[in-house]
Write a protein that binds this ligand. Structure first.
Ligand code: TRP
Length: 373
């Protein structure tokens, strides 16, 4: 395996990511105007995550919308690996998934891969993963998915149904394919080698549970694509449609480079952070500013490498005119980092207060969402 230069697998994202290059490497399509306009027609509005290109690529998304328009059952599938507490970056694909659920009135199957996180992290016990799982479930529900249309399950507690699908998938995937796709080695444990079949299984769960010919769409970050490549190869062999996908970029942390990562707590905003803690992290964030205010005024800053600007642009300032002004003012040295940090800090604090309120409400409705053996 290469160990320098950019690298993207489901378990590692390293280096500066070139999304054009990823599109070529993964053989997916860029989201074009025509598709974006089509979502907008169904949703009634264009989500900021589409407008600003956070969701940027897809596979057969147009075909999935064809199915919807023709009255074929169209379903959504996404998931979460519970390796820690949820942070703001995790929420991005879920917020978008809710938008799709509302737009297409679709059932959503939400997988929590407690088995994966146990298997992949050498120091993690099943008990620890279960603690994170219980906690993460509340954040998932707090996003506001429709309880009538949403089923959430964890692999270790909804095993029977999933395993019965996973063995059928696994029989069609050779070790050599899995190794080439995921970079397994001789010392990989055998659990993680089987795991891709468990992540593929929900693509065929709606068909199994309801006996319908459902067309599944998977909204997720692009690093999950290798799973769907395998799943799509297997689907016709099991007599199912290939799942479609719609893919997002990675969400950066508050430090320089890399994605927001729970293993670097100072660089990410946990959904359980108090508004004050979150504000403090934002005030310490990496920016594109100059070392001193004087230099900033003279030379201007660089919003293109600034994480604070990134968050304003992609999530917290939907007003096109306002973000454009921020960008220009920064470049010209008319705006200093403190101003952007305060603007973002206020937005994030308000967001957290609201999320935490909904999270408390989630406890009492948890059972409506859960599938268990
Ligand atoms: N493997 C994913 C993770 O580590 C979790 C996951 C399972 C997932 N099924 C999914 C993510 C479907 C997106 C879509 O986060």
């Amino acid at each position: 395996m290469q160990n320098s230069g950019p690298k993207v697998t489901p378990w590692e994202v390293r280096g500066e990511v070139d999304y054009e290059e990823l599109i070529r490497e993964f053989g997916v399509e860029p989201l074009n105007e025509e598709l974006i306009n089509r979502i907008e027609r169904h949703a009634g509005y264009l989500h900021v995550l589409l407008r600003r290109n956070v969701f940027f690529a897809h596979r057969e998304f147009g075909e999935w919308m064809d199915s919807y328009e023709r009255g074929v059952e169209t379903v959504l599938y996404t998931g979460r690996g519970p390796s820690g507490y949820t942070h703001l970056g995790h929420l991005v694909p879920w917020i978008f998934t809710k938008y799709l659920q509302d737009a297409f009135k679709a059932d959503l199957y939400f997988q929590v891969t407690d088995d994966e996180k146990f298997l992949i992290n050498p120091g993690m016990s099943v008990e620890e993963v279960k603690r994170y799982t219980d906690d993460n479930l509340l954040d998932i529900i707090a996003v506001g998915f429709d309880p009538k249309r949403t089923k959430i399950f964890t692999n270790l507690s909804y095993t029977k149904e999933l395993y019965n699908i996973a063995v059928r998938v696994a029989k069609h995937v050779t070790f050599s394919t899995a190794r080439a796709t995921f970079g397994f080695t001789e010392s990989s444990n055998i659990g993680i080698i089987f795991f891709p079949a468990m992540q593929a299984a929900p693509c065929f769960l709606p068909q199994t549970l309801k006996g319908t010919d459902a067309h599944v769409l998977i909204p997720c970050a692009i690093d999950q694509e290798p799973y769907w490549r395998i799943t799509r190869d297997v689907a016709p062999k099991l007599g199912y449609r290939k799942p479609a996908g719609i893919y997002s970029k990675f969400i950066p942390g508050l430090g320089a480079g890399g994605k927001m990562s729970a293993s670097m707590p100072e660089t990410c905003i946990f959904l359980s952070d108090s508004p004050e803690e979150a504000k403090k992290k934002i005030r310490n964030a990496f920016t594109g500013g100059q070392p001193t205010v004087r230099e900033q005024r003279e030379k201007g800053g660089d919003p293109d490498v600034c994480v604070v600007y990134w968050y304003l642009y992609y999530l917290f300032d939907e007003d096109d005119k306002s973000v454009a002004e921020t960008y220009e003012a920064c470049r010209r040295g008319n705006r200093i980092c403190g101003e952007c940090k305060e603007q973002l800090a206020e937005k994030v604090a308000a967001f957290l207060v609201e999320h935490q309120r909904r999270r408390e409400g989630a406890r009492s409705i948890l059972d409506e969402f859960l599938l268990r053996d």
